[in-house]
Design a protein around this ligand. Structure first.
Ligand code: ECH
Length: 319
């Protein structure tokens, strides 16, 4: 049999992913814009008591500085309107600039706006604002899921905001500023049950932010599938994705299984923890990597999954 990306997506089919994330994100998207902003404010400030993101570096904030300064100078009502326009994806110049930002710049923008709201420089959520019952229910769900899933929901909501004029080609993005680690990366990787050099080299390269080395481990037409996303196909596209989104991640794979399958292909499932530089050691995400290596030992496909529960770290069976 020859593998296709589609058939590769089905390896280790019993892996339980955190479906609370897409479910909660969908429920969030059904809320009114006023409820969405209020909910994010309550969720963010509530979570902030136990888990606070690291302040983004000056270089990253600089990319959002133009629109942050514009917002700062607006009267309060216009500030609220601008935030609503972003959340409702209304076509405005600010919504267009925002849509062109990388994920981390979008997060940095909201981080800064949140700080300005706390300090009183940007209009707060109207005091006494009453969320709908649906919004209250979504907030309660967010409070109950584990921290790795909570920050993924928050990140998803921010990702989809702004207005992306899909019909005009996107302007070239500014180079991504470096994302410093808040906790040093592990220097050695040992995975119980797996010693495959390609897999080990993958983790070592990623922990060193050496994306060139990581991408060289992929087959020419290989693919990487991030959590809750479609596969990214081809070395060039994977490299661009990694430079934008994979900087400063600490990967701590712990255990795995391997299996030779048809045609000299091999599959591996590894589970372990990942830290994002936004939260460092305060948030450990429970993850799985499902690798399919071709006959040459190159990565034909790897799916990265956010697991449903810590119990899933031990789910290392094939079917
Ligand atoms: C305020 C009110 C108004 C509206 C908004 C507000 C602000 C909200 C703010 C939210 C900040 C949220 C943050 C979330 C960060 C989440 C980061 C995550 C990262 C996950 C990364 C993973 C990586 C996996 C990968 C691996 C690989 O092997 C290959 C690459 C890759 C309150 C003002 C909006 C400020 C900071 C979840 C899992 C392991 C696929 C990348």
């Amino acid at each position: 049999m020859t593998y296709t990306i589609e058939s590769a997506q089905a390896i280790f089919p019993n892996t339980q992913i955190a479906s609370a994330v897409p479910d909660t994100t969908a429920a969030f998207n059904r809320l009114s814009v006023e409820d969405q902003l209020a909910l994010l404010w309550y969720a963010y400030t509530e979570l902030g008591r136990s888990i606070t993101p690291a302040a983004p570096g000056a270089a990253r904030l600089q990319l959002a500085e133009g629109i942050l300064n514009q917002i700062k100078q607006m009267p309060a009502a216009q500030q609220t309107q601008t935030m609503s326009d972003l959340a409702s994806r209304t076509d405005t110049p600010i919504s267009r600039s925002y849509a062109g930002f990388s994920v981390n710049t979008k997060l940095a923008f909201w981080y800064e706006l949140g700080e300005m709201m706390k300090k009183g420089f940007v209009a707060p959520i109207p005091p006494g604002y009453q969320m709908s019952d649906d919004a209250t229910a979504v907030l309660e769900t967010i409070k109950k899921i584990d921290p790795g899933q909570q920050i993924t929901v928050l990140r998803n909501t921010v990702l989809d905001m702004g207005f992306d004029p899909a019909l005009t080609p996107s302007s070239p993005k500014a180079p991504e500023p470096l994302f410093a680690r808040s906790t040093p990366a592990p220097t050695t990787v040992a995975v119980e049950g797996v010693t495959e050099p390609t897999v080990m080299s993958y983790f070592e390269a990623m922990n060193a932010d050496n994306f060139e080395a990581a991408v060289a481990l992929f087959a020419e037409n290989g693919a990487l599938q991030p959590p809750f996303q479609k596969p990214i196909v081809g070395r060039e596209a994977i490299a661009a994705y990694m430079r934008a989104e994979a900087q400063g991640l600490n990967m701590m794979p712990q255990q795995g299984i391997s299996e030779g399958i048809e045609d000299g292909y091999k599959q591996f499932k590894i589970t372990g923890k990942v830290q994002t530089p936004w939260f460092g050691a305060n948030v450990l995400m429970n993850m799985a990597w499902r690798f399919l290596l071709d006959r040459e030992g190159k990565i034909f496909f790897v799916a990265i999954d956010l697991l449903a529960s810590p119990k899933e770290l031990l789910n290392l069976t094939r079917k």
